[in-house]
Ligand binder design. Structure first.
Ligand SMILES: [Zn+2]
Length: 158
């Protein structure tokens, strides 16, 4: 169930995705929130550095491993503008983070990119639960997914 607090965190993810777009990065943003909803860490995509592993969800997993106890990680929620890729889903599960809430799904992103004739990614698109079956996952949220779609159109059609 996605409540108002979840939506507020997802809105922040979209804001971060917009910031990424403004700095020439792909529009992805993510937030790590504690069990009581406090924002612990946030980041956006940094692939314009030339390192295509610079995804915000991967940065969150690394930050959580360095700064949180296993109990805090399990109780935390990761919010993200776009569903984790397989690399980030694996990192999330390896460090024992909790629930994931995403605005738009990987399946939606694949459809959007295909419709814009973007060359296929070198990594297969799949749901988080294919990679990390024990992680609780919620999404997409359709009205927010529409906003994410608009950001991807801006990125690829400029
Ligand atoms: Zn990723």
């Amino acid at each position: 169930m996605i409540d108002d607090s979840d939506r507020a965190h997802l809105r922040r993810c979209i804001e971060l995705a917009r910031m990424a777009l403004d700095t020439g990065d792909k529009p992805f943003g993510s937030v790590l929130a504690s069990a009581d909803g406090e924002v612990l860490f946030e980041d956006h995509n940094h692939e314009s550095t030339g390192d295509r592993t610079q995804h915000p969800e991967f940065a969150i997993a690394r930050w959580a491993a360095a700064n949180l106890t296993p109990g805090q990680r399990a109780a935390a929620t990761v919010y993200t503008s776009g569903e984790h890729c397989p690399m980030c889903a694996a990192a999330h599960a390896w460090v024992g983070l909790g629930r994931i809430v995403y605005a738009s799904s990987s399946a939606q992103l694949s459809d959007w990119l295909q419709a814009m004739d973007v060359p296929p990614s070198p990594v297969k698109s799949m749901p988080i639960t294919e990679v990390a079956p024990d992680v609780a996952v919620e999404g997409p949220v359709e009205d927010l997914a529409d906003e994410v779609h608009a950001l991807h159109r801006r990125y690829h059609q400029r």
